[in-house]
Design a protein around this ligand. Structure first.
Ligand SMILES: [Zn+2]
Length: 255
């Protein structure tokens, strides 16, 4: 199997994992930058992530338009991915989702989402909140064009996650495994923070030094990271699609 085909399978696995872990439902999507053309990315056609198969993956440019003739419907909010790849050359994978536990932190203006558990460290020290109303007034809250998506990407800046007021979040990382991991632990971290606030008293977040120490020890294809990917893929019923980075192929980048 070529590296490209393996990447497509990884993207299918990422879709199924995010569905199984309830980060996405009928809506929400994950993409990966094209490994040979940095001005393109790969994402499913408009389909619930749980149902995505390799033949559903399409190739889009950085305006969110298909590079080949495409009769099938595309995600309305695909522009989110296009704008983030366009502004962040370091980013190889993007998720947009509406995970319920993240929503309060985009709505309650006085409470910031911060990493409070070790696995939440990858959300970073700063999680900005983007409000579509600031520059676009009354909309249906969906990001349906490049102007809105670019505004969101600008708010994301150099961070890993931006919350979207009353809507969801966009997350970005250096690989598919990382963006999936980040997007799974983001709502979990949000839940822990919500519950801690209910208990009352001072909230102790991870310190910048702890976040840095966690990032220093992280490698996207380490045994420990692979263990999580394998676990999630198996749980999502798609372990048969797994290809180890060392399965007779060159090592990453696999996106
Ligand atoms: Zn959305």
């Amino acid at each position: 199997m070529s590296n490209f085909d393996a990447l497509i399978q990884d993207l299918v696995i990422a879709n199924r994992i995010l569905a199984k872990e309830e980060v996405v439902d009928a809506y929400g999507h994950v993409s990966v930058r094209h490994p040979e053309n940095s001005n393109r990315f790969l994402i499913a056609r408009s389909l619930a992530p749980e149902l995505v198969a390799p033949e559903d993956i399409v190739e889009l440019d950085l305006d969110g338009q298909p590079v080949r003739e495409e009769g099938r419907s595309l995600y309305l909010e695909r522009f989110i991915h296009a704008a983030i790849y366009g502004t962040r050359p370091d980013i190889m994978a993007v998720v947009h989702a509406h995970a319920e536990d993240t929503l309060p932190f985009g709505i309650a203006q006085g409470t910031k989402l911060r990493p409070v558990i070790h696995s939440g460290s990858f959300i970073g020290t700063e999680v900005p909140v983007w409000d579509i109303a600031d520059n676009f007034g009354d909309t249906n809250l969906l990001v349906t064009n490049m102007a809105q998506a670019s505004d969101l990407a600008k708010c994301l800046g150099g961070n890993s996650v931006a919350l979207m007021r009353g809507h969801g979040f966009a997350s970005a990382a250096r690989s598919l495994i990382e963006v999936v991991r980040l997007s799974i632990y983001l709502p979990r971290n949000a839940r822990a923070l919500m519950r801690a606030r209910q208990l009352g008293g001072e909230i102790k977040c991870l310190s910048p030094g702890e976040i840095e120490a966690r990032n220093r020890g992280y490698s996207p294809y380490s045994v420990e990271t692979w263990r999580a990917w394998e676990y999630w893929a198996n749980k999502a019923g798609c372990s048969h699609l797994l290809t180890r980075p060392d399965d007779g192929r060159a090592h990453p980048p696999r996106g």
